[in-house]
Design a protein around this ligand. Structure first.
Ligand code: TYM
Length: 325
């Protein structure tokens, strides 16, 4: 059976971009592949964090994975730091990666821009991500478009390792959806929706209550026309609302354009508020149950044990190939 791996950082608020770009695919893939999904808390250390908050956010994200419908009997859910092989393989791959290729990483450039000093982990971040993927011999990696460059680097490192040390790794393919791979910010639809956005009006968190969802969608930036049409170039705000609506309801965008022909933006926004609240309410109810239950820790413990078996096997092959005893 095909192997799939992906991860989400436990930082900020998990939002509709993360959900529609990545996590919703995880839920669909669990029926078709041998899936490993992790909470990448070691990656979260690359920006200074409050330790108590990081701990809390790690469990919050694990509970959200379950609340959106991932079934622990079908998929392996785990926390990255609980599988030691990730850190070790990350180091081994740092000795394969080149500074030149890390210098080209757009995410590093963006995150380090204007900072007085940055930790080295922010620079080597994509190498740890490559370790996450390669340790599981994953052939497919469901992610949003912003991870494309990191996936290209992962493939490059795997190919170089296989060439220099012998065949150890499966070369992974990114799985980037045609629609939803780049959900835009509600307040700034020219830029992607982001967990680290300055304003909470940028995103809808999966845990936002109905009143907050209503306020945020009502304030979503549109344009000065009054035509509901999908055209990301000239109408980024309206197009983004159509994409979100389409993915939440599994309705083609062309059908939505027909439905709202002649209607104003207010009508579209009101319906989208209802659709979003209806979609998120059951997720939030399930989240509250799971977050409080002792079962969560048990699921993560079992997940880490299962993930460790696979990861240790690959790590062993890497060390053998590199001559590290
Ligand atoms: P992270 O935590 O920033 O985002 C998690 C997933 O959400 C996707 N995403 C989006 N998709 C559509 N529209 C958006 N506005 C949007 N914002 C985020 C991301 O592409 C991602 O798929 N480096 C990764 C975490 C990671 C990882 C891995 C991913 C670590 N190791 C191994 C895959 C495999 C990250 O920061 O994702």
């Amino acid at each position: 059976m095909e192997r799939v791996l992906s991860g989400v950082q436990p930082t900020g608020n998990v939002h509709l971009g993360n959900y529609l770009g990545a996590i919703k695919q995880f839920v669909e893939l669990q029926h078709q592949a041998d899936c490993y999904f992790c909470v990448v808390n070691l990656h979260a250390l690359t920006i200074p964090r409050d330790p108590a908050e990081l701990r809390e956010k790690t469990l919050e994200l694990a509970a959200l994975y379950l609340a959106v419908g991932l079934d622990p009997d079908k998929v392996t859910l785990f926390v990255q730091s609980q599988v030691r092989a990730h850190s070790e393989a990350g180091w081994l791959l740092q000795c394969v990666a080149r500074m030149g290729e890390l210098n080209r990483m757009v995410q590093f450039k963006e995150k380090s821009k204007g900072a007085d000093s940055v930790v080295t982990g922010l620079y080597t971040y994509p190498v740890l991500q490559a370790a996450d993927i390669l340790l599981y011999q994953a052939s497919r990696v469901p992610v949003g478009e912003d991870q494309k460059q990191h996936l290209e680097l992962t493939r490059e490192l795997a190919e170089r390792f296989n060439r220099d040390y012998g065949e150890v790794f499966t070369i992974p393919e990114p799985m980037i959806g045609k629609v939803g791979a780049r959900i835009m910010g509600l307040d700034q639809p020219e830029k992607k929706m982001s967990k680290s956005a300055e304003s909470a009006f940028n995103y809808i968190s999966l845990l936002d209550d109905p009143k907050t969802i209503e306020k945020k969608l009502k304030r979503a930036v549109t344009d000065s026309e009054n035509e509901i049409r999908y055209d990301p170039e000239t109408k980024p705000g309206v197009s983004n609302l159509l994409v979100i609506y389409s993915l939440l309801t599994d309705t083609p965008i062309t059908r939505l354009e027909e439905k709202y022909a002649g209607s104003g933006y207010g009508a579209l926004k009101n319906d989208l508020i209802e659709v979003t609240v209806d979609h998120l309410t059951p997720i939030q109810q399930k989240y509250q149950e799971i977050r409080k239950s002792a079962e969560l820790m048990q699921i993560l413990k079992q997940g880490a044990e299962k993930a460790s078996q696979v990861a240790e096997d690959t790590l062993h092959k890497m060390k053998e190939a590199m001559g590290v005893i």
